[in-house]
Design a protein around this ligand. Structure first.
Ligand code: ADE
Length: 246
């Protein structure tokens, strides 16, 4: 059974397969064609009840921006969830959510069905968020114009982990944030090289030409550790999958 994503959005075109949107290329497209994943984007606007099809309104208390209204969001979620027997794990993409990390991506990749709610404007009325009680997820400490790009990022990260999504010679087990450290720490990836052996006077590290797979593996691990120490010491600070101590 393919994992099913339902995306609730006011921009369903962003998830199109024809003409191709961001997910209809490369690994996610191959996974979809192979029947490992299906996704359905639903327009929240289709669930509005007023003649102008308004999904948002001015915020109580004043201030800039608009707030997505409860009713169309709630009705859209109810209608979409009824389209399939499998229970959906509800995820709201928001800068106020828990950070999307590789351990969380791995957890999401085990779910049969994910319902992704992509908000726009200043946000969504808090009452419908509380009633839906979704997992709230952020893709980083910056603000996007809407949750759609965050949903696409989450979907891409999940899809590539589905068994069979990566082709021969591709492996998620060696990626950055894989638990390859000596204590199971999640490390950054090592540097990679391909032909030519010399480019602009720069040589490929000698060891990679040695054919000694044991020494090459040890060198790559050392490079990963060094990079992680330099660039992301926070990854080495705590036990695997745990935040570093406060
Ligand atoms: N919507 C707007 N910004 C976002 C972010 N950083 N992560 C998830 N959803 C968002």
């Amino acid at each position: 059974m393919p994992i099913r994503f339902d995306i609730l959005t006011t921009f369903p075109e962003m998830f199109a397969t024809e003409p191709p949107g961001a997910l209809a290329l490369s690994i996610p497209d191959r996974a979809r064609r192979a029947g490992l994943v299906e996704w359905h984007a639903t327009n929240i606007r289709d669930f509005t009840t007023d003649k102008h099809q308004k999904t948002d309104d001015r915020p109580f208390g004043g201030g800039p921006g608009m707030v997505m209204s409860c009713q169309p969001v709630w009705d859209a979620v109810c209608a979409v969830e009824a389209m399939d027997d499998r229970p959906a794990t509800r995820v709201l993409l928001t800068p106020q959510g828990v950070p999307l990390t590789q351990p969380l991506v791995e957890e999401l990749a085990t779910m049969p069905r994910l319902l992704l709610l992509a908000g726009h404007y200043e946000g969504i009325d808090e009452r419908v968020i509380r009633k839906l009680d979704p997992m709230e997820v952020s893709i980083g400490d910056f603000v996007l114009s809407g949750g759609e790009l965050a949903a696409i990022v989450l979907m891409d990260a999940v899809i590539r982990l589905l068994p069979g999504a990566l082709g021969d010679g591709e492996s998620a087990g060696q990626d950055s944030f894989s638990p390859i450290g000596p204590g199971g720490q999640r490390l950054l990836d090592c540097p990679h090289y391909t032909r030519p052996r010399v480019w602009e006077g720069e040589e490929v590290p000698e060891i990679l030409l040695s054919g000694d797979h044991g020494r090459i593996a040890a060198w790559r691990l050392e490079q990963s550790l060094q990079r992680t120490r330099e660039r992301r010491p926070d990854l080495l600070a705590g036990p695997p999958d745990q935040p570093p101590p406060a």
